[in-house]
Design a binder for this molecule. Structure first.
Ligand code: FAD
Length: 443
């Protein structure tokens, strides 16, 4: 079931007077950060304006992908998939974690060459990524052979069920003593003597020395109210699931116009490869130049939309007082309607590429708003103007897989531990220090 404002509330801990760390957002990033802080004995409160995993973290495809990652992300995602594997065994419900690989097929020599270019990065990290011939692809995808020149495959890549995974982590986290409160928007942070001293939530104040903003698509707005510039835009991505379907492939694959993932329930999660939609807003103009390199690299995958609430988006509320209802309380769960065009393209893509799946009806369709940064990699940093305020956002369509790894990074950062990865690519100041925006591999 897709989360909405009407979904039952599962986590309703009372607000403490004080806590070591407050985390804004109960998605995979917020819950994973809380997980590692809790393991270190740090007291944590996670507040979500809506529901744990109500937004991107339950709506995604469920791919846990190392393949074709930005080189700076790769060591973190390698740690992350190992962490997913270790965590999955200790949860109360089966989250469907399994390593059945990620496959990108290639139809042309140019696509093969683009994929091959990433092999050096894989080799530097001893990853099992390899190029496949057309017949090797046919041996993996048991539907309509003979379509492909070849492809790139990483057998150690994995998948899990997004509707189950983060709520399952949150359940165990809470049993271990962390506090989690749904339907609790954080309106702002409070400072004393130049550093963070608390948060103001819609249900009252909580004293704290450290705050992690893991607000996904909302982080930019949260920061804008504090006067901090955080360029992110959102794109709508539509997904569907089939009923039980013939087993043509057990892993995750990007196959021409469609992407598929085998599900624990015997169906497939389906998406269209080129129908991400950006709804024009004031931020589209505000950050236009920063996003130009990413836009030119992915222009054929992004459709611009002007409809549905354009005026409201052009005149957003960007400032409010602590005692005022914030935008986070007005829209509890970002639950965009799925795009009929994307669904049509999925059916067409299946008919063309995977005829065995084409007749299986879609049982459900949904959409999510993805938070994208200008260079398509996240921000994981402390905000210089607000010592004690950290931000972990902008995972740009691939945060589910890297979630536990990013959570470990953030937990270490908040505790002042030495970083185990090079985090310079993820610094917030790259958007303001004149750095050129260099989007990661667009495979
Ligand atoms: C359709 C789709 C497909 C995707 N496929 C994949 C995939 O296959 N693999 C992959 O790795 N990634 C995928 N992603 C991306 C991945 O889902 C996200 O990168 C990841 O879930 C981001 O997690 P998050 O915790 O940062 O954000 P979210 O999950 O969006 O969570 C942010 C939370 O913060 C809360 N919040 C915001 N502001 C406030 C506030 N002021 N007070 C309290 N709470 C607040 C929100 O309610 C929300 O629950 C996909 C995303 C989508 C939408």
């Amino acid at each position: 079931m897709i989360y909405s404002d009407q979904s039952p509330i599962s986590f309703q801990d009372p607000l403490p007077e004080a806590v070591d760390v407050v985390i804004i957002g109960g998605g995979v990033i917020g819950i994973s950060t809380a997980w590692f802080l809790n393991l270190s004995g740090v007291s944590v409160l996670v507040c979500d304006k809506g529901r744990v995993a109500g937004e991107q973290s339950s709506r995604n495809w469920g791919w846990i992908r190392q393949q074709a990652r930005d080189p700076a992300e790769l060591p973190i995602v390698i740690d992350s998939i190992n962490t997913w594997e270790a965590l999955a065994g200790g949860l109360k419900s089966n989250i469907g974690f399994t390593r059945q690989g990620v496959l990108y097929v290639a139809e042309t020599d140019a696509q093969m060459a683009a994929q091959e270019a990433w092999l050096d990065t894989a080799a530097q990290h001893q990853l099992d990524t390899k190029m496949l011939s057309g017949s090797e692809v046919d041996a993996l995808i048991k539907d309509k052979p003979g379509q492909w020149k070849g492809g790139m495959f990483t057998a150690s890549d994995g998948r899990a069920e997004p509707f189950k995974a983060v709520p399952a982590l949150a359940t165990v986290l809470r049993e271990r003593g962390a506090l989690i409160r749904e339907a609790c928007a954080v309106r702002s942070v409070e400072t004393q003597g130049g550093r963070v001293s608390g948060v103001i939530t819609e249900h009252g104040r909580v004293a704290t020395q450290s705050v992690v903003c893991a607000g996904g698509a909302w982080s930019t707005l949260f920061m804008a109210n504090l006067g901090v510039v955080l360029p992110q835009l959102t794109v709508r991505a539509t997904v569907a699931r089939t009923g039980p379907a013939p087993d043509i492939y057990q892993g995750n694959a990007s196959i021409g116009e469609v992407a598929i993932r085998r599900r624990q329930d015997g169906g497939y999660t389906i998406a269209s490869s080129n129908t991400n939609e950006h709804f024009i807003s004031a931020d589209s103009f505000r950050y236009f130049f920063k996003f130009l390199p990413a836009l030119s690299a992915s222009a054929r995958y992004i459709k611009l939309r002007f409809d549905e609430g354009l005026v409201t988006r052009l005149l957003p509320t960007r400032r409010w007082h602590d005692d005022q209802v914030s935008p986070f309380e007005i829209n509890r769960v970002l639950n965009p309607a799925p795009s009929p065009r994307a669904i049509k393209l999925m059916h067409e893509g299946l008919a063309r590429r995977l005829p065995q799946l084409a007749p299986i009806p879609f049982e459900e369709a949904w959409a999510g708003m993805i938070d994208v940064t200008p260079d398509v990699v996240p921000v994981m940093d402390e905000v210089a103007a607000y010592p004690g305020l950290y931000v972990a956002t902008g995972f740009s369509g691939h945060g589910f897989g890297i979630g536990p790894g990013a959570g470990r990074v953030m937990a270490d950062m908040v505790q002042g531990k030495r970083a185990i990865h090079d985090l310079s690519r993820f610094r917030l100041t790259r958007f303001s220090d004149g750095s050129r925006m260099q989007p990661g591999p667009g495979l």
